[in-house]
Design a protein around this ligand. Structure first.
Ligand code: PLP
Length: 427
């Protein structure tokens, strides 16, 4: 697999290099130079999830990874189910929250940990990542107690749910957490600064686990195939998928799946009130506002890192621009949708409700809709219980995490201070 830096076409790297470096020169993201179509998608859809996923990843990554190794990595990474729940006659919910930290980020985080484990066997690695809520937990759990790896996680203090926070700040060991005074975008820009700092890069063996890391995106391509595989055959021909979007990594993976042959021609990337992309689609102007706090906090992102990748597939015609929809769903409407969906018998947390609303807004009546449940409702217990006025059950992993002490250190959004703190801790 060859990837090109979307900000510098002269920088071309292999999959291994892209995974190890994360971000390219000038803070450009890497993207595959070729996305060739799979030979026989119908036959693939008949395979079990892990076997099919290994084939898809082998197709994308090529001969850089031996097939047997890749299969074992996928087996370990995807050791929990994906479920497609029927919500009504035309709409299905793709539940991606059955992993260890109850959000879809387990897929990317765990596959990335497998890749780093393979590529950096004798070198020391520090994973530095910003989280808007769910990445932190997924990455922390995926790398917890792995030899030669330290994980540094930055999160916006007070802006993520308690369950989200406690799932990673209570681990200790090789997981180091900083509660940053600021927004997710502030955390993300601290991470970007660290990647421009050669001293930090060299001394720590820096790697990012953000969705800018290509291994995470490729892992996510796999569950879109699983969604179609679980759909009744007669409904597979006209499918519209709605992805609740913040950093636009998940919808980017959906688009890659479509480009390599998954029969999904319509995509909605639905946002909360942080609506940089919907406004851009409407007006052609890229003008991020200040990040606003929402019920769907994992999507409180106003400068989505993955947008250049999505844009490249739209610009070069790999995905039809007219079939790409992006709308914003406000706070009030999010709550109404949560109640409407609950009245129909399905409990959706705020991100999932926004994805559902994307289908209501854009789906043609004859199309089959699939909306993504990106997190378990219990991860947003406070807001779900308040909006629905009903109690929801706490899974054991969450209850246990909630009972433990938060070990994060407070930090201002100041790069030099952060650097000093990390150096004193890790060197
Ligand atoms: C991260 C996250 C999103 C947004 O996904 P992106 O790939 O950043 O667009 C949506 N929902 C939940 C629950 C998340 O954790």
């Amino acid at each position: 697999m060859q990837l090109v830096n979307l900000k510098d076409e002269h920088q071309k790297v292999s999959f291994t290099e892209a995974v190890k470096t994360g971000l390219g020169r000038n803070q450009g993201v890497f993207f595959p130079t070729d996305l060739t179509r799979l030979a026989d998608v119908d036959a693939l859809l008949d395979l079990p999830f892990v076997e099919r996923s290994a084939q898809i990843l082998a197709h994308l990554i090529g001969d850089e990874l031996p097939k047997d190794t890749l299969t074992e990595m996928v087996q370990r990474a995807f050791n929990f189910p994906v479920k497609l729940a029927k919500v009504d006659e035309k709409n299905y919910c793709l539940e991606l929250f059955h992993g260890p930290t109850l959000a879809f980020k387990d897929f990317g985080g765990r596959f990335m940990a497998e890749c780093i484990g393979l590529f950096n066997q004798d070198e020391r690695v520090t994973i530095l990542t910003a989280t808007s809520g769910d990445t932190g937990a997924a990455v922390a759990h995926a790398f917890y107690n792995k030899p030669n790896v330290d994980v540094v996680i930055l999160y916006p203090e007070g802006k993520i749910s308690l369950a989200q926070q406690k799932l990673f700040t209570t681990l200790g060991g090789n997981i180091h957490c900083y509660a940053v005074e600021g927004s997710f975008d502030d955390c993300q820009s601290l991470v970007k600064q660290a990647f421009l700092d050669d001293e930090v890069k060299q001394k720590l063996g820096l790697n990012s686990a953000n969705s800018i890391n290509i291994s995470r995106l490729l892992a996510q391509v796999c569950y879109y195939f699983e969604a179609l595989a679980q759909l009744p055959k007669e409904q597979r021909t006209d499918v519209h998928v709605s992805v609740p979007s913040g950093n636009f990594g998940n919808v980017c993976a959906a688009m890659i799946a479509s480009v390599i042959g998954l029969p999904v021609s319509k995509l909605s990337a639905t946002t909360n009130q942080n609506d940089t992309v919907p406004r851009y689609i409407e007006s052609g102007e890229w003008s991020p506002n200040e990040t606003i706090e929402s019920l769907s906090n994992a999507m409180d992102v106003s400068k989505p890192n993955n947008w250049p990748r999505v844009q490249s597939m739209l610009d070069n015609g790999q995905f039809n621009k007219r079939e790409f929809y992006s709308r914003c769903v406000g706070e009030q409407r999010t709550q109404e949708v949560m109640r409407e969906v609950a009245a129909g018998g399905y409990i959706a947390e705020p991100h999932t409700a926004i994805a559902y609303e994307g289908l209501t807004l854009d789906k043609a009546p004859h199309s089959t809709g699939i909306f993504l449940a990106t997190a378990h409702p219990a991860k947003f217990k406070e807001s779900v219980e308040q909006v629905l006025a009903q109690q929801i059950e706490m899974p054991d992993v969450l209850q246990q995490a909630l009972n433990k002490t938060c070990l994060a250190q407070p930090m201002t959004a100041d790069y030099d201070k952060l650097k000093a703190a990390i150096f004193s801790k890790l060197l």
